[in-house]
Design a protein around this ligand. Structure first.
Ligand SMILES: [Zn+2]
Length: 294
C-alpha cells in the first residue's frame, strides 16, 4: 500500500524537461578540501574510451532548493508556507495532505515515511569545462586553520563557469493536477535561487527566443524524451537533439507548441506554451494554497 488517500480526481504522470544556463559563475557546495571549497563534478568515459570530467548540478541539490522554495513561499497571513504547515527542513510534517510532502515525500525518523512521487534527473553540464578556483575574502563555513600560525588562512572556492548548460528533468508519478501545481511553482521559483552562497541563479536557455522547455502530462508516454546524453560535449548537437525529440510525438496532433494524442492520453507543451502552462499551474497554487484563508 502506498499509504496515500484516494485522489480527488484523475491522476497523471507529469514530466518537465529543460536546459538551464548558469547566468554567472555558480557554486554548488560539495566538499571542503584543504582550504578549498569544491564544487561537484562527475567523471564519465566516452564511447571512444576517452575519460572526461564535467560540472554537475546534482538533482538532489535541485530537489532541496525546490522544497525550500515551497517552504519559504509567502502566504497571505504573513507566514511562510512551512510555518503555516509546520513543515520544515529537515523536520518534514510527512502528512499526505501537505502540498509539499505529498509530492516531495517526508520522513519522521523511525515513525513515518511518505514516499515522494517527484524525482529529479539530469544535471550533467554539456560543455566539458572544469571548475575555476578563485580566492575569496569571505568567511567560509568550514575552514581548516593551522593552529601553529596566527595569520588568517587563505580561502579559495571553486566555481562552475558562467554559460554552462545543464539539461534537467523533473518527473512526477501518479499525481493529480492540483498536486502538480506545487511542482510547477517550485520549478519556476527555484530558477533564480539555484546555487549555494552567492551568486545564485540559472535561467531557461533560449534558442530563437524560445526556452528549451517541454512539459508532458500523460497516461501513456507517447513522446520522445528530450534527454541529452551526459557524454554529449557539443552545445550545437545537444540543442538540436533536444529540439528534435521535443517535436517527436507518436500519433500527435496540434499546433507545434501543444500536441495531444488519443484524447488526452498524452499532452505535450513546448517552449513558451510550456512556460505559460507552468505559470498557470503556479498561479493556481498561489491562489489555492498560499492565499487560502485558514
Ligand atoms: Zn509537509
Amino acid at each position: 500500500m502506498s499509504g496515500l488517500p484516494q485522489a480527488n480526481g484523475q491522476r497523471y504522470h507529469f514530466d518537465i524537461y529543460a536546459i538551464l544556463e548558469g547566468s554567472q559563475e555558480l557554486y554548488f557546495g560539495h566538499e571542503v578540501m584543504i582550504n578549498v571549497n569544491m564544487v561537484e563534478t562527475v567523471r564519465l568515459v566516452l564511447p571512444n574510451g576517452e575519460g572526461i570530467e564535467k560540472c554537475y548540478l546534482s538533482p538532489t541539490k535541485r530537489r532541496g532548493i525546490e522544497r525550500r522554495c515551497l517552504l519559504w513561499a509567502p502566504c497571505s497571513n504573513g507566514k511562510m508556507l512551512g510555518e503555516k504547515l509546520d513543515c520544515h527542513i529537515p523536520k518534514t510534517c510527512t502528512k499526505p495532505e501537505c502540498p509539499v510532502c505529498a509530492v516531495y515525500g517526508g520522513l519522521i525518523t523511525g515513525k513515518q515515511t511518505l514516499i515522494g512521487r517527484l524525482t529529479h534527473g539530469g544535471g550533467v553540464a554539456i560543455q566539458p569545462l572544469l571548475p575555476e578556483e578563485k580566492q575569496r575574502a569571505m568567511h567560509p563555513s568550514a575552514i581548516l586553520n593551522d593552529p601553529n600560525t596566527n595569520s588568517p588562512t587563505p580561502f579559495k572556492r571553486q566555481y562552475n563557469e558562467p554559460g554552462l548548460l545543464y539539461p534537467v528533468y523533473n518527473h512526477c508519478l501518479s499525481v493529480t493536477e492540483d498536486e502538480f501545481q506545487a511542482v510547477a511553482y517550485a520549478f519556476l521559483d527555484s530558477l533564480a535561487r539555484i546555487g549555494s552562497g552567492n551568486p545564485k541563479g540559472a535561467s531557461l536557455y533560449e534558442v530563437d527566443n524560445a526556452p528549451l522547455l517541454v512539459v508532458d502530462k500523460y497516461l501513456v508516454p507517447h513522446g520522445a524524451r528530450p534527454v541529452i546524453s551526459p557524454g554529449e560535449t557539443s552545445v550545437e548537437r545537444a540543442l538540436q537533439i533536444f529540439q528534435d525529440k521535443a517535436r517527436r510525438v507518436n500519433g500527435g496532433t496540434g499546433n507545434g507548441e501543444h500536441i495531444t494524442v488519443n484524447n488526452g492520453n498524452f499532452e505535450r507543451w513546448i517552449g513558451w506554451s510550456a512556460h505559460q502552462k507552468l505559470q498557470k499551474w503556479a498561479d493556481t497554487f498561489v491562489n489555492r494554497v498560499l492565499k487560502a484563508n485558514d
